[in-house]
Design a binder for this molecule. Structure first.
Ligand code: NAD
Length: 481
C-alpha cells in the first residue's frame, strides 16, 4: 500500500477532516508514490484560524526582527543540508531531472538566506510637516498570507514567496499544486527544528478549485499570492475582490529570444535550448519563441539541432538525462494537441513533435520539438503550450523584430542577442515585459525582481520589492504639544 502522507496544520501533522486522500504519482512511470490528504473548506477554515492566532499572539510578528532573520537563516541551512534528499523527491514527483531539482532547491535556500537579511531592514520614514509635530511611517506585516503554488517548480516557487512573507513577520498558509505536494511536505519536516512558532507556516493539500478558491475567498486572509495560469489568476483576483485584499499574481508567458545577425550564435544556440528544453519546457519564462534575423536563421538552426542532440530524454533520476518526464500524460496530451492545432495553421515541423514510447512508454515523455516558419498570428506564436516546443520566426530589421517581440498578450522574460550596445538597450527599453536578458537566457537571482507585465501578472517576486507586498504602510502623526 502507498505511504500515506499528512499535511502540516497548526503545528501538527494531520489528515483532512473528511479523512479523504488523493493519490500522488511518479510521472516517469505512472506509479503511485504516496497519498496526501484531500482537504476541504473545513480544513481551510482551521488553517486560517490557526494562522490568525499565530499572528495575533505577536510571538512572530513582533519578534526581534534580527531573531526572525536568524530563524530564516537556519531554515536556509537546513534546506541546503537536505537539498539532495529534497531534489530526489522533487524529481520523482514532478518528472524533472535530479540535476534541475537540485539547482532549484539550492536556489530556494539562497532565497531564504537573502530574505533572512531583510528581516531587520524594513524601515519607515520621518516626514517633515508644518508646526510642532513629528510625523513618521511604519511598515507592518500584511498579516495572514495565502500562497498558491504551481507544479512546475514546486518547492522553489513555494519558498520564493514564503521567504519574504516570513521575513516581514506575516504568517503563511501554502497550497501546493495537487500533482506535486511531496517536496513541500518533506521540507516542513526538514525545517522542524529551526524555531518557527506553531501556526506561522502551514501546508494544506487538496484540489485547486476547492482549497485555492476557499483560501482566496476567506475573510481571514489578508493577502494572496498565486503563481499559476491566467484563468486561475483571474479567478483568484475576483475572489480576493470580495474581501478587498491585495493579490500578487505571477502568471504565464510566451517569451522570445530576439537574435540579430551579429550575435554570438554558438552561445545563443545553447541558451535557446536551455530556455525551452529545461524542465521539459514547462516554464512560465520559457523562451518558446525564437525570432531570428533572416540572414542567420539557417546557421542558428543548425547549431540548435547540434546542441539539442545532446539533450537526452529519460527518467529524471537516470544518469546523463537532460529532459525528464513532463508532469503528467494529460498535460503532455494538451501540449501535443496544441502543437497539432498550431501546425494546421502553418509552420514546418523540423524536429520531434511526438510522445515517446518504447521503454519510456510508461511515462509522460516528449521529444524536443522545433517548428519553423511560424507566423505572428499562429497559435504557436501566441499561446503558451508549456512544453518542449520551440516556435521559430524570422525578421528583416529592428522595427519588425520589436513588433514581433511585442505581438503577444504576455510580458514576462524576453532575451536580446546582439553585440551592438545601442541596439540591445533600445530593444530592452521598448520590449513590453517585466524582465529582459541580454546575451544570456534565462536568468534570475533572489535579489532581482521577478515580475510580469500584461497578462503575465501583477506584482513582484524576489528582490527588495517583494518585501513591499508583505508589509503595509502606516502613517503616524504626533502633536508635540
Ligand atoms: P494553475 O493555474 O492550473 O494552478 C496553479 C495553482 O492554482 C495550483 O496550486 C492549483 O491547484 C491552484 N488553483 C487551480 N484552480 C484554482 C482556483 N480556481 N482558485 C485558486 N487556486 C486554484 O497552473 P499550473 O498548471 O499549476 O502551472 C502552470 C501555469 O503557471 C502556467 O501558466 C505558467 O506560466 C504559470 N507559472 C508562472 C510563473 C511565474 O512566476 N510567472 C512561474 C511558474 C508557473
Amino acid at each position: 500500500m502507498a505511504e500515506q502522507k499528512q499535511m502540516w496544520l497548526d503545528g501538527e501533522w494531520c489528515d483532512a477532516a473528511s479523512g479523504e486522500v488523493s493519490e500522488i504519482f511518479d510521472p516517469s512511470d505512472s506509479s503511485v508514490m504516496c497519498t496526501v490528504p484531500r482537504a476541504g473548506a473545513i480544513d481551510v477554515e482551521r488553517a486560517v484560524s490557526a494562522s490568525r492566532l499565530a499572528l495575533q499572539s505577536k510571538d512572530w510578528s513582533l519578534m526581534d526582527p534580527a531573531q526572525r532573520g536568524r530563524i530564516l537563516q537556519k531554515m536556509a541551512a537546513a534546506t541546503y543540508a537536505a537539498a539532495k534528499q529534497l531534489a530526489a523527491l522533487e524529481s520523482q514527483n514532478n518528472g524533472k531531472t535530479f540535476r534541475e531539482a537540485l539547482g532549484e532547491i539550492r536556489y530556494a535556500a539562497w532565497t531564504l538566506e537573502y530574505f533572512a537579511g531583510w528581516a531587520d531592514k524594513v524601515e519607515g520614514n520621518t516626514i517633515p510637516t508644518p508646526g510642532n509635530r513629528l510625523n513618521y511611517t511604519l511598515r507592518q506585516p500584511l498579516g495572514v498570507t495565502a500562497h498558491i503554488v504551481p507544479w512546475n517548480f514546486p518547492l522553489q516557487l513555494a519558498i520564493r514567496s514564503i521567504a519574504p512573507a516570513l521575513a516581514a513577520g506575516c504568517t503563511a498558509i501554502v497550497k501546493p499544486a495537487s500533482l506535486t505536494p511531496v517536496s513541500l511536505l518533506e521540507w516542513c519536516n526538514v525545517i522542524q527544528e529551526c524555531g518557527l512558532p506553531s501556526g506561522v507556516l502551514q501546508v494544506i493539500t487538496g484540489p485547486g478549485g476547492e482549497i485555492g478558491d476557499a483560501l482566496a475567498g476567506s475573510s481571514g486572509v489578508d493577502g494572496i499570492v498565486l503563481t499559476g495560469g491566467v484563468p486561475t489568476g483571474k479567478a483568484v483576483m475576483k475572489k480576493a475582490a470580495e474581501n478587498l485584499i491585495p493579490v500578487a499574481l505571477e502568471l504565464g508567458g510566451k517569451g522570445c529570444n530576439v537574435v540579430f545577425a551579429d550575435a554570438n550564435l554558438k552561445y545563443c544556440a545553447k541558451a535557446v535550448c536551455f530556455g525551452i528544453y529545461m524542465n521539459a519546457g514547462q516554464m512560465c519564462w520559457a523562451g518558446s519563441r525564437l525570432l531570428v534575423h533572416e540572414d542567420v536563421v539557417d546557421e542558428l538552426l543548425n547549431l540548435i539541432s547540434e546542441e539539442v542532440g545532446k539533450w537526452k530524454v529519460g527518467p529524471g533520476m537516470a544518469e546523463g538525462v537532460r529532459i525528464g518526464s513532463m508532469v503528467s500524460k494529460d498535460h503532455r496530451q494538451s501540449v501535443l494537441d496544441m502543437l497539432q492545432q498550431g501546425l494546421e495553421q502553418g509552420g514546418e515541423l523540423i524536429l520531434g513533435g511526438n510522445a515517446l514510447d518504447g521503454e519510456l512508454g510508461g511515462g509522460a515523455f516528449m521529444e524536443p520539438t522545433i517548428v519553423k516558419g511560424v507566423g505572428v498570428d499562429d497559435l504557436l506564436f501566441k499561446e503558451e503550450l508549456f512544453g518542449p516546443v520551440l516556435a521559430v520566426s524570422t525578421f528583416s530589421d529592428e522595427k519588425e523584430a520589436l513588433q514581433m517581440a511585442n505581438a503577444t498578450e504576455f510580458g514576462l522574460l524576453n532575451g536580446i542577442w546582439t553585440q551592438n550596445l545601442g541596439l540591445a538597450h533600445r530593444m530592452a527599453r521598448d520590449i513590453q515585459s517585466g524582465m529582459i536578458s541580454i546575451n544570456e537566457y534565462p536568468i534570475t537571482f533572489p535579489q532581482t525582481p521577478f515580475t510580469g507585465w500584461k497578462s503575465s501578472g501583477i506584482g513582484v517576486e524576489q528582490s527588495a520589492e517583494a518585501m513591499k507586498f508583505y508589509t503595509r504602510l502606516k502613517n503616524v502623526n504626533v502633536n508635540l504639544g
